[in-house]
Design a protein around this ligand. Structure first.
Ligand code: PEP
Length: 258
């Protein structure tokens, strides 16, 4: 569906991996690989690596993202980092609502929505993660779950702000498990999310809206997934930690058939 209206975005989610020297070394390996890419390239690194990543990627086509931010501007929230703090550093993207945050850190659709609004107000671009559990897929409620997550997360987000939002459809059963959704399953849900965006905003907004797939995307399966009509790139965990594998995925993103 009008794939030529959208840019492919390939984002690495490093999760809780890499010390600063390790991060620098991986970015140095990534630079020549990423330089060839015509798709957008993002690395979402731990907070402790943001400064290192921003320095190391200066003058390159690699954009830097964080993996979370708090919804309050400042205050007594020990251990948290605000959207303004990230924006002031020069961070461009933030991943919000990742299933690991929902599963291990009590994140809910309502707190994801608050974070989305805070991030957008600070001028950050949001990679909003949605996705169903295995039992929810088996119960036949994937669309209901993903639709609800999308609608709540975007409550109060204006048409203009939507331009700074990407959704990553990440079936929870496929994250870090080696079990990838089939290309058809991935496309079906991404297409459904696009229809939710059309209902909430407009068909024109939906046609331009970037929807990634995430969940065990790797050097072998990326091409097929990214070439699906409603899949506009990927959010990649494990495979983003290996420059060669991430490079193959970037190549798939760059050669994506419109
Ligand atoms: C992720 O962390 O968002 C992810 C998709 O992880 P993996 O690629 O390792 O499944």
């Amino acid at each position: 569906m009008n794939k030529d209206l959208r840019k492919v975005v390939i984002a690495g989610n490093w999760k809780m991996n890499k010390t600063r020297p390790e991060a620098k070394a991986l970015i140095e390996e990534l630079k020549p690989v990423a330089a060839k890419a015509t798709c957008d390239v993002v690395i979402c690194v731990p907070f402790t690596n943001l400064e290192t990543a921003l320095d190391a990627t200066k003058g390159t086509n690699i954009k830097v993202g964080a993996q979370n931010c708090h919804f309050e501007k400042s205050g007594a929230f020990t251990g948290e980092v605000s959207a303004d703090m990230l924006a002031e550093m020069g961070v461009e993207y933030v991943v919000l609502g990742h299933s690991e945050r929902r599963q291990y850190f009590g994140e809910t659709d309502v707190t994801v929505n608050k974070r989305v609004k805070a991030a957008l107000a600070a001028g950050l671009k949001v990679i909003l993660c949605v996705g169903e559990l295995l039992e929810q897929r088996e119960q036949g409620v994937t669309e209901e779950i993903v639709g609800m997550q999308t609608k709540i997360a975007l409550q109060g987000v204006t048409d203009e702000e939507l331009k700074n939002v990407i959704i990553a459809y990440e079936p929870v059963w496929a994250i870090g498990t080696g079990k990838t959704a089939t290309a058809e399953q991935a496309n079906e849900v991404c297409k459904y999310i696009r229809s939710v965006i059309a209902d909430l905003y407009s068909m024109a907004d939906a046609c331009e809206f970037v929807i990634q797939y995430g969940g065990s995307m790797n050097a072998k399966n990326a091409e097929e997934l990214i070439n699906q009509p409603d899949v506009d790139g990927g959010l990649i965990g494990g495979a983003s930690l290996k420059a060669a594998d991430f490079g193959v995925i970037l190549e798939a993103g760059s050669n994506c058939i419109a």
